[in-house]
Write a protein that binds this ligand. Structure first.
Ligand SMILES: CC(C)(COP(=O)(O)OP(=O)(O)OC[C@H]1O[C@@H](n2cnc3c(N)ncnc32)[C@H](O)[C@@H]1O)[C@@H](O)C(=O)NCCC(=O)NCCS
Ligand SMILES: Nc1ncnc2c1ncn2[C@@H]1O[C@H](COP(=O)(O)OP(=O)(O)OP(=O)(O)O)[C@@H](O)[C@H]1O
Length: 205
């Protein structure tokens, strides 16, 4: 019995963390690609050395840890460098996602995957794709406010991600996050209730 596997996706600052935190207060196993992405670049991990080889010593802080802001600035300068970043990190992140899916036993698993790709449906056994959708203008404002990045850098990150229409094509369920936090919480509760029923059906059959 592997239960219901939901992929929570959406562009940068769309509201995934809020939704996943909400789900984690229920009996849901949350497997978060952004969290894993931090773990695989801890000091001493091979991926950190590969990043230094590709992007140079400037991506390290004095204590040898990853300087995330500097890597972000360098990596999103061109398509080529984003691709290089992805080629170094995505395979290790993918293996860890698979490992965590196998080692968690809750009847509902939420994979938080900012950069959703259709191959993941089979690779991770995903049953539902939950998209947090938001207009680009709101997204840009939220990312600038939260991360203190410039508008050009926010635009570069957003344009390196799948477009809203692309994501909508793959979504089984959509939460539109252009209202208040309270509305987002209510929407998350509604989809959670639906998933609870689906998880029950999967286990019963
Ligand atoms: C560039 C890094 C160091 C910036 O770190 P920072 O702490 O500022 O951001 P954080 O990791 O919290 O990511 C925030 C968001 O940025 C966006 N983002 C991150 N990496 C990428 C990428 N390679 N391409 C497009 N968008 C990305 C996602 O929306 C993500 O949710 C970091 O994002 C990173 O290591 N990225 C590569 C790994 C990756 O692809 N992660 C995304 C999930 S697999
Ligand atoms: N409905 C909302 N109203 C106001 N602020 C919001 C709303 N939804 C999210 N935010 C804020 O927008 C920012 C981005 O939200 P959040 O961190 O949940 O996005 P995310 O999709 O997890 O981002 P990332 O892809 O960068 O990990 C946060 O500062 C959050 O508090």
């Amino acid at each position: 019995m592997s239960g219901l596997i939901i992929c929570l996706t959406g562009g940068i600052a769309s509201g995934k963390t809020f939704v996943s935190n909400h789900f984690s207060t229920k009996n849901v196993a949350v497997i978060d690609a952004d969290v894993i992405a931090r773990e695989v670049v801890e000091v001493g991990k091979p991926a950190l050395s590969e990043l230094v080889l590709r992007f140079g010593q400037d991506v390290l802080n004095i204590d040898g840890s990853l300087n995330r802001a500097e890597l972000k600035r360098l990596a999103f300068q061109s398509k080529k460098s984003v691709t290089a970043l992805n080629q170094i990190l995505h395979p290790v992140i993918g293996s860890e996602i698979k490992r965590q899916i196998k080692s968690t036993h809750q009847s509902m698993k939420l994979l938080v995957i900012p950069l959703f790709k259709s191959f993941m449906l089979d690779a991770y056994g995903i049953n539902r794709v939950l998209l947090v959708d938001v207009a680009a203008s709101i997204q840009i404002k939220r990312v600038m406010d939260r991360d203190g990045v410039s508008q050009p850098l926010a635009n570069k990150i957003i344009s390196s991600q799948a477009s809203r229409s692309d994501l909508l094509t793959h979504a089984s369920d959509v939460i539109v996050n252009d209202g208040t936090i309270n509305q987002l919480r209510l929407s998350a509760d509604l989809v959670y209730a639906m998933y609870l029923e689906m998880a029950g059906d999967i286990i019963a059959n």
